[in-house]
Ligand binder design. Structure first.
Ligand code: ZN
Length: 249
């Protein structure tokens, strides 16, 4: 689903637009002129659904060249292995995410999420092979696309956001660091840290961008900064970030 020139939403679950499997996060795809670059992969339970959404916009999965992960949580990273197998794309993430994937499911809270019923009891996770590591502030160029990784922990200890620029498009892929209306998700996992989350939101409040592309919920085509600014104003009043409303599944 095209959201801006060369910019597409290709997966979204029940906490978003229900384009694909209920458990999928929002996955954002960019045309680079030298292939397609995807941010996050969904839960890995409906790769054919993602390909069908891409097909609606004439985007061939064969052109998928790179995947970037925001963090290790299953609804964002579990599709990476299948995408690698089916398209040969390269998978990039930060060192912390790679380490969590090495340590296994408890490190990225998949065991407790499965036990809590967030994922089906038979949900299986296969670790993708990591082809490259991103580093905070080290910009990556792929074709016409400039990708700037930004360390934004708090939602989880390994969370990164990405500023993406091309031809006047300036987008911020925020994963689960901040959502529409400046909201976050409060979660009972070991590495959720609301103070870190607040600091990450303040950092994002210093970044210039126009399009807000969060990991769940609605995106913002123009003036995306207003949604981060709203959260910063809230923090300035010594309040904690406001919680997102989740649909029960
Ligand atoms: Zn998450």
């Amino acid at each position: 689903m095209r959201v801006a020139p060369g910019t597409y939403l290709v997966a979204s679950g029940v906490q978003g637009c229900s384009l694909t499997h209920d458990l999928d996060c929002n996955c954002w795809l960019f045309e680079t002129g030298e292939g397609l670059v995807l941010f996050d992969t969904g839960a890995g339970l409906d790769i054919d659904g993602i390909f069908a959404v891409m097909d609606e916009d004439g985007l061939s999965p064969d052109r998928l060249s790179h995947v970037f992960l925001t963090h290790a949580h299953g609804d964002h990273s579990a599709g990476a292995y299948v995408l690698q197998q089916r398209t040969g794309c390269k998978v990039f993430c930060n060192r912390l995410t790679s380490d969590l994937l090495d340590k296994g499911e408890p490190a990225f809270s998949l065991d407790v999420a499965r036990a809590a019923g967030v994922y089906p009891s038979d949900y299986a996770y296969t670790r993708p092979s990591i082809d490259g590591l991103v580093v905070d502030g080290e910009t990556i160029r792929i074709g016409t696309l400039l990708i700037e990784p930004l360390f934004t922990p708090g939602h989880s200890l390994d969370h990164y956001s990405y500023r993406v620029r091309r031809d006047g498009i300036v987008a911020l892929v925020t994963g689960d660091a901040i959502f529409h209306s400046g909201r976050i998700v409060y979660q009972g996992i070991y590495d959720f840290d609301v103070r870190q989350s607040a600091e990450s939101i303040r950092r994002l409040g210093t970044v210039d961008f126009e399009i807000l592309l969060p990991g769940h919920g609605m995106f913002v085509r123009h003036g995306g900064r207003r949604h981060v600014d709203a959260a910063v104003l809230h923090l300035d009043k010594l309040m904690t970030p406001r919680p997102i409303e989740f649909v029960a599944i």
